[in-house]
Design a protein. Structure first.
Length: 129
């Protein structure tokens, strides 16, 4: 199993629900090919450097996962077929240094969610008290 990172840019014309469904399909493609998604980072709607298919913005979503190298060609093929995806890029982390960097990025992605959860819990305690 190798370590990978995928950045997917989804069309901005979709509704919030359609974006969630598209991202669920993307994640299902990875897991159905034997991958395990370790972390996700929904970066949200951002301005593109240049228009893609007349879209100036796009919804950015990053996934960190492990999968067998033989599955990557099928995953990328399914991404190309999906019309809701404007662009995607797959990055492979192979050397020890790259894997350490991948682990650091995964930890950074997971930490903010825990901090947000703690802050919400603190605010709920304040409201109750």
């Amino acid at each position: 199993m190798r370590h990978y990172e995928n950045l997917v840019i989804v069309k901005p014309t979709l509704t919030e629900e359609e974006i969630k469904n598209t991202l669920a399909i993307v994640e299902e493609v990875i897991t159905s090919n034997g991958g395990e998604i370790i972390a996700r980072d929904a970066m949200g709607m951002k301005k593109l450097a240049y228009p893609i298919e007349k879209n100036a913005r796009g919804y950015f979503h990053v996934m960190y996962y492990t999968v067998a190298p033989s599955a990557i060609s099928e995953i990328e093929r399914r991404f190309r077929i999906n019309e809701e995806i404007l662009r995607f890029v797959t990055m492979k982390y192979d050397s020890k240094r790259e894997i350490k960097a991948w682990n650091d990025m995964v930890n950074k992605t997971k930490k903010p969610a825990a901090v947000v959860t703690e802050k919400v819990a603190e605010k709920q305690e304040e409201v109750v008290a």
